[in-house]
Design a protein around this ligand. Structure first.
Ligand code: 5GP
Length: 123
């Protein structure tokens, strides 16, 4: 199997209601909540409710309804958060992408000028 999903991750626990979150928006297929360590005035995580480990897993395996629901949630987060001057969407993926939580999540960051896209590589 090319993709694996481990439901012990922290976002799976949030989806099961085992850990609280500050919800920004929710629909049938996605949940959006504030990042616990915000990197910008707006820092929201949008996650699918289904068991997908990464963006490429979600893109390859999620149904059309799940993908549409996820993108509808992204649109609502941008609207609700007042990101008229722009924002950045980031999906850290895997080891090289330095993904910490193995449940697909899209970071929506904004509310200030964000600078260049990539910082110098870490050690
Ligand atoms: P990654 O590095 O996997 O792209 O980002 C994971 C993000 O999840 C980090 O920005 C981190 O602050 C956030 N995060 C980790 N644990 C929790 C949590 O329990 N609640 C919330 N709201 N965010 C979390």
């Amino acid at each position: 199997m090319p993709f694996a999903y481990d439901d012990k991750n922290i976002f799976a626990r949030i989806l099961r209601g085992e850990i609280p979150n500050r919800t920004v928006f929710e629909n049938d297929h996605a949940l959006a909540f504030e990042d616990i360590h915000p990197q910008a005035p707006v820092h929201v995580l949008v996650i699918p409710k289904g068991p997908y480990a990464s963006l490429d897993h979600f893109a390859a395996a999620a149904s059309a309804a799940e993908q549409a629901g996820f993108m509808a949630a992204v649109a609502e987060v941008c609207r609700i958060s007042g990101l008229d001057k722009g924002f950045r969407a980031i999906a850290n993926t895997g080891e090289d992408g330095v993904q910490e939580v193995p449940h697909f999540h899209l970071h929506i960051l904004g509310g200030r000028r964000l600078g260049r896209m990539l910082a110098p590589a870490e050690a």
